[in-house]
Write a protein that binds this ligand. Structure first.
Ligand SMILES: NC(=O)C1=CN([C@@H]2O[C@H](COP(=O)(O)OP(=O)(O)OC[C@H]3O[C@@H](n4cnc5c(N)ncnc54)[C@H](OP(=O)(O)O)[C@@H]3O)[C@@H](O)[C@H]2O)C=CC1
Ligand SMILES: N[C@@H](CC=O)C(=O)O
Length: 330
């Protein structure tokens, strides 16, 4: 039977998902869409839209909620209500997931309705399902990657086309890569949210405070830095790293100099990459578009496919079940 979807949001990612679903043979269709602003022109049937998320969450005819909005607080409320109503939920909201990891972990443990969020980390790269399936039976010792498409795009444009940071950011916004609050991209906070989610899935780490994690923005990049790096055969990249050392997980996000031997050296523009060290498989590199309408919509499509096939995340036993101490910095 065709599953009815309540879609929350109709922005960059939601439109990408809507278009991909319309072209697919998945037995699912969007029945209603909740948005915020009634004065915006929409490119599809106006009759689908409402501004009342409750209508979708409580509607017995809606089977699945796909939440793709840019407001983490509203996202939390909608996701919680939908799960409590027994509706499976797909979301892309990394801020909401990372800032509420303890609650998310309880949802995974206690609720019948599954919650999937592949699109929240590294756009089109199916990394969470890979961690949950391929890496399920081996220890992961390190994850190192480029997790923010906008900042990588900005660094590429500044280095290759000599654009200013503002010019490059405007292009990232025009392409739908940047967050509504782009300071999240520039500061490294968006990459940190993704690293926290990866760390939860790779190590069972329940990060509840970000205070002591090393976080450095790309704000202070100047032309001469790129030139100096190039003279040494290096590039500057914003790198997120989670390392397991003696059962402690160390997290950091910072601009780093990388050389040609580094697997992240050639990752340009809005592409992301995740380099994983698995105890059995050895190192592996996953790359692909980290932002944008259809690439991210494709990750939402994968979640929908997995949901329809009964998939849910299996989280490694979290080490920190009570109020977790801040993660140690490097
Ligand atoms: N852009 C990207 O490449 C990626 C984005 N994400 C994440 O996906 C989510 C959506 O991002 P994106 O599509 O870029 O955002 P956009 O700004 O393009 O769209 C946001 C949408 O959310 C709607 N909205 C905001 N608040 C509410 C609310 N309270 N109730 C109902 N609707 C609301 C807006 O409504 P209205 O149209 O009326 O303004 C709009 O349709 C974010 O969590 C983002 O971090 C994840 C991966 C990649
Ligand atoms: N703003 C984010 C969008 C995807 O998560 C990014 O640039 O990576």
């Amino acid at each position: 039977m065709t599953q009815k979807i309540g879609l929350i949001g109709y922005g960059v990612v939601a439109k990408g998902f809507y278009q991909l679903l319309s072209q697919s043979d998945l037995p699912a269709e969007v029945a209603r869409i909740c948005i915020k602003n009634t004065d915006k022109q929409r490119d599809i049937d106006q009759g689908l839209f409402t501004t009342n998320a409750q209508e979708l969450v409580t509607d017995p005819n809606i089977d699945i909620i796909v939440e793709l909005i840019d407001d983490a607080q509203a996202s939390f409320q909608i996701v919680e209500q939908a799960l409590n109503h027994g509706k499976p939920v797909i979301t892309a909201n990394k801020k909401m997931i990372a800032e509420n990891l303890k609650q998310v972990n309880q949802w995974h443990q206690m609720l019948e309705a599954p919650l999937l969020y592949e699109a929240s980390v590294a756009g089109s790269i199916p990394i969470l399902s890979t961690l949950n399936q391929f890496y399920r039976h081996q220890e992961v010792t390190q994850i190192r990657g480029i997790l923010n498409g906008s900042s990588n795009y900005i660094l590429s444009k500044m280095r290759l086309q000599k654009l200013s940071m503002d010019e490059a950011l405007q292009l990232a916004q025009k392409n739908g890569f940047a967050e509504s609050d782009p300071s999240l991209d520039i500061s490294g906070k968006d990459a940190l949210y993704k690293l926290v989610i990866l760390s939860y899935h790779a190590f069972g780490e329940l990060t509840t405070s970000f205070d002591h994690i090393r976080l450095e923005s790309i704000t202070n990049m100047e032309d001469q830095f790129f030139d100096l790096a190039a003279q040494q055969g290096m590039k500057i990249k914003s790198i997120a790293t989670a390392t397991k050392k003696a059962d402690k997980i160390q997290l950091k996000v910072q601009p780093e100099l990388v050389n040609i031997e580094d697997p992240l050296f050639n990752i340009e523009d809005e592409n992301n990459a995740i380099h994983i060290n698995g105890a059995s498989s050895g190192p592996q590199l996953y790359t692909g578009k980290g932002a944008g309408s259809h690439p991210t919509g494709a990750a939402v499509m994968q979640d929908l496919h997995l949901l329809l096939h009964g998939f849910r995340y299996t989280i490694r036993a979290p080490k920190n079940t009570a109020a977790a101490p801040p993660i140690e910095t490097i």
